[in-house]
Design a binder for this molecule. Structure first.
Ligand code: KG4
Ligand code: ZN
Length: 422
């Protein structure tokens, strides 16, 4: 291995084509993300066939840009890492095939990374970067950090990780073991992921895509207690009786032996929002908004709409009832994520919580998790906003321990849309 420990990461599991170069799992030299939002926005969700086509178009320029921004060439690399699942089969295959070809042609080892492990390492990457920065500041004569404090803040220790995105709402106990990391599933959603609920609710309210950033922004201007949504305790009997999982996300991890207190379900709140829209006559307003944001005119290639930033702009787009509904939906979802995550941390004795995935970009979620963690005396960490949503720096960072322990993929590596994390 060269002395630099450089890994090129490639991520194409859903609707972002991403490549990044990361040094020693701790320092991102580049992170390039080509978003397909403009392609999927008018459909209000990801269209798998279009995603594969867009990845094929973008993969070569995105990898080239990642190398250029990092100011390295293929000859400087020590390994190529790629997401092998879970995700969309056709989308994953574009990245895997390209990564294999690059590794083979340049005689580099290929490392397969689970997308969920990548999200967890987005936080660890950030923490390792902070440790490096604080020790170089210390070397430069800045305030001394006590040894005990440094150990307490080390990224390489057990943590409860909440991965909360458009495809997942999973709780794992992450544990560093013999130079690598192992994961124990603690809880997960039985149906929709939290991000999926955000996207579906945004779609039915005629808001933009993806729904998360829209609801996040608009929620600031509504009353979070206006609509009392509630989450009943998830009943697991039917599922434990051996019924097939209802969604793709559910297939990635069996629920038998999971504590029902740590299971999530977000399909009910989506239906409750729909009922509220119908009962309160909000349908016409939502349809008008959708037509305004995404006119059905194939000839007009309009730029993708962005969420309003001020209260005045929000009020020209949404009635007070809609703003209150949006704020109440978010308040309930964040409350449920918090309740179950902190209950799991308490039950496992975890002193450290990592929250990651697209929904971890949410303002209310960050503020409320931060306040609750402070109240309970546990540590909570998030990735930067750019590392919260899909990217390839997290894939290269997750591959670093595997490079050290020589856990390489074979040349028969293929996409596994329901890959479980262990
Ligand atoms: O991690 P990610 O980029 O892709 C998946 O692996 O799914 O997450 C995308 C999801 C989408 O559902 C999007 O609506 C949601 O993350 N999201 C947010 C926010 N930003 C993105 N949800 C709530 N608040 C946000 N600020
Ligand atoms: Zn993701």
């Amino acid at each position: 291995m060269s002395s630099r420990g450089l890994i090129l990461g490639i991520e194409t599991s859903c609707d972002e084509t991403a490549a990044a170069v990361v040094e020693r799992g701790a320092h991102a030299l580049s992170s390039v993300v080509a978003s397909q939002i403009a392609t999927h926005a008018r459909y209000g969700g990801v269209v798998p066939e279009l995603a594969s086509r867009e990845h094929l178009r973008a993969i070569v320029p995105v990898v080239r840009a990642a190398l250029e921004q990092a100011q390295v060439t293929l000859a400087d690399l020590d390994a190529v890492a790629v997401t092998s699942g879970p995700g969309l089969a056709g989308a994953l295959l574009v990245g895997i095939t390209y990564a294999k070809a690059l590794a083979f042609a340049n005689q580099l080892p290929l490392i397969a990374v689970n997308h969920l492990e990548g999200h967890i390492h987005a936080v660890l990457l950030q923490e390792r970067e902070n440790v490096t920065n604080s020790s170089s500041a210390q070397n430069a004569g800045a305030e001394a950090v006590h040894e005990g404090e440094e150990r307490e803040n080390s990224p390489e220790q057990d943590a409860l990780a909440l991965v909360v995105s458009g495809g997942h709402t999973h709780l794992y106990l992450a544990h560093p073991s013999a130079g690598t990391w192992r994961y124990r599933l603690i809880g997960r959603t039985l149906d929709d992921a939290a991000g999926e609920a955000y996207d579906k609710v945004a779609k039915l309210l005629g808001l933009g895509y993806p729904g998360g950033p829209w609801i996040d922004t608009l929620a600031q201007f509504g009353n979070p207690r206006a609509v009392p949504f509630s989450f009943a305790q998830v009943k697991t009997k039917a599922h434990l009786a051996g019924k097939a999982p209802r969604t793709k996300a559910a297939k990635t991890a069996p629920i038998v032996r999971l504590d029902p207190r740590f299971l999530f379900s977000f399909s009910g709140i989506k239906t409750a929002v729909l009922r509220y829209v119908e009962l309160n006559g909000l349908r016409t307003e939502a349809d008008a908004r959708a037509a305004r944001l995404y006119p059905q005119n194939p000839g007009s290639e309009r730029a993708v709409a962005t969420p309003p930033q001020t209260k005045e702009e929000a009020q020209t787009l949404c009635s007070e009832t809609t703003l209150n509904l949006v704020a109440s939906f978010q308040h309930a979802v964040v409350g449920d994520l918090m309740k179950k995550t902190f209950a799991a941390a308490e039950s496992l004795g975890a002193q450290r919580i990592l929250v990651t995935g697209g929904v971890a970009a949410n303002r209310e979620l960050r503020a409320r998790f931060g306040a609750e963690a402070a109240r309970r005396g546990v540590r909570v960490s998030f990735p930067t906003l750019a590392l919260s949503t899909d990217n390839a720096a997290m894939i290269a960072a997750a591959a670093w321990p595997r490079l050290l322990t020589c856990e390489f993929a074979s040349d028969t590596l293929s996409a596994d849309p329901a890959l479980a994390l262990r």
